[in-house]
Design a protein around this ligand. Sequence first.
Ligand code: BGC
Length: 363
Amino acid sequence: MSDLGDLARRSTELISTLQQPSGAYPASPTFSAYRGYCWFRDGSFIADGMSAAGEDGSADRFHDWCARTLETQRGRVESVVALVHSGRPAPPAQMLPARFAFDGGVGADPWWDFQLDGYGTWLWAVTAHARRHDRDLARWAGAITLVVDYLVASWERPCFDWWEEHDEQVHTSTLGCVGAGLEAVLRAGVLDARRAEAAGAAAAGIRALVAERATTEGRLTKWLGRSDVDGSLTALVAPLGWLDPAGPVAQRTVAEVERTLTYAGGVHRFADDVFYGGGQWPLLTGFLGLARLAAGDRAAAMASLRWMASTATADGDLPEQVDGHLLAPDHREQWVERWGPVATPLLWSHGQYLRLWHDLGRP
Ligand code: BGC
């Protein structure tokens, strides 16, 4: 599908058709390991793309699903917060999962579950959606305050990252997502004074920690104490807006992602990625495009959109990754044997395409 607008229309249609009656967005309808689940991370970015593209009802239904799902976890979150206050952090298994079944249940399949980023990203996405479409945030306020309490109590903990790896580390993208979410909610003015103070302290603590331990040569690093970058870091520039796009940290971080992780337009996750051979990810190329656009480089952002479109199948499905340039080709086959072909369509790829296409003025 070579027409950029046709692919955007196909993206909204695909996401709308696959959105569940409950409001959940499936990560990928047919991929064996993802079938039946909705991730807070994927879903929040998909909802953001739909909201930007004018599909506000779809985004409303997703955020309603998140809020209902979070309400079912209220007891769990309150006990996590109480444990922290008593000086004993909850075991990882007690923390919120990264993904839920479509009915809002936790599902029966084991997963690399303790991940904090999706909850921060949800706070950011729901407030951005409410501002964009003039929604009253009171609709989601109960769930928002619950998530704020959870993140304020937990943001410093190591957990799995965007890629569901390395739960022994504190990941910079995770910190940035949590910080962006807390700061978005603070700006929206929906917190009571006590919570606002706690959220403000956590948000400032995140900025201080990243400056001190996740910055090298004036740019961000993949996790605290490691020196290379991760492709997800560009999301902190745009759409999350946690880094000023014109500032030196954002510019050096984006430049390093371009220099070390981008090949012929498409972005890899990180240097030692072996998942399906470590290919290039359309959704990461979408984040790079948004960061380039936020810094004023429209031509480079258009090149990112075009590269994304070039990965679509004849039916207009965007995959999770493509294998034209693999970092670890010897590892590809073992993943195909384990989980089947690469997840296609991946709704998050379509959501990121929509957001970049919209921000570029719908070319
Ligand atoms: C990715 C995650 C994503 C999940 C569902 C995993 O392979 O690493 O970032 O949330 O798939 O799409």
